[in-house]
Ligand binder design. Structure first.
Ligand code: GLP
Length: 233
């Protein structure tokens, strides 16, 4: 695991972009992508670059259960707005929030991941250490599943919704087992609010109580922080 401390999120995102570019120069074809406020600067850097993603495939980590692709709180909508509409990819996958048969949808998504092995996985991190929507207690071997969001995640994400009761209670999420199979993983964390969980992730014990701590088990992991997120290391 490598830790890079950048001056701010713009510099950190630039470093992440350079890692993606060099992976693409070495044949990477599939990017695992994340939502949340953290990767927005990276997506802007990708959009502003002259790098061609039109032969690339992307696979997103997660989607809220019950939200349609055109719902402006859905992760499909987020990805269209923040990246795909401005930087076209050949194929983009996001779990189907409207799927009512959870077993069929999670199996379908696992097949997508199996057929398109992820070369570079971008991750953010939740305040409780979740990656994707794999909340504390999730198995390190898990595949795609329908997960119940914790109250801490619902509270953290309520800022994007009109009222807390609008925040979906469930999501489809790629599992930690699948995330860990990616060839390379880049986790981004910016801002002081992430400092405690970053310390636990990097310096604490490897435990399902802190899902992101599993990254200590993998060699090709780069954690990119700004000074605030790194302030407790
Ligand atoms: C959500 C997403 C995560 C993301 C997290 C942090 O819960 N499912 O993938 O990492 O939010 O979001 P932010 O980057 O806004 O702090």
């Amino acid at each position: 695991m490598k830790v890079i401390v950048a001056k701010n999120n713009i510099e950190g995102s630039q470093k992440a972009f350079e890692l993606i570019k060099s992976a693409m120069d070495n044949g990477a074809e599939v990017l695992g992508l994340a939502t949340g406020s953290t990767p927005i600067a990276l997506y802007n850097t990708m959009i502003d670059s002259d790098v061609d993603f039109s032969k690339m495939t992307s696979i997103n980590l997660d989607e809220y259960v019950g939200l349609a692709p055109d719902n402006d709180q859905s992760y499909r909508y987020f990805m269209q707005e923040h990246l795909f509409n401005k930087k076209p990819f050949a194929k983009t996958y996001v779990p189907d929030g409207l799927a009512t048969d959870a077993e069929a949808e999670t199996k379908r998504y696992d097949k997508v991941i199996e057929d398109n092995p992820i070369d570079v996985q971008i991750l953010g991190i939740g305040l409780n250490g979740h990656i994707g929507f794999n909340e504390p207690g999730s198995s390190f071997e898990g595949q795609t599943s329908k997960v119940a969001l914790t109250q801490s995640t619902i509270d953290a994400n309520a800022r994007f919704f009109e009222k807390e009761s609008d925040v979906p209670k469930f999501a489809y999420s790629m599992g930690i087992g699948s995330i860990m199979k990616s060839k390379k993983i880049i986790l981004l964390a910016f801002g002081e609010a992430k400092a405690d969980i970053i310390k636990e992730t990097i310096e604490g014990p490897i435990t399902t109580d802190v899902p992101a701590s599993v990254l200590q088990n993998k060699e090709d992991v780069t954690i990119i922080l700004d000074e605030a997120a790194a302030s407790k290391l």
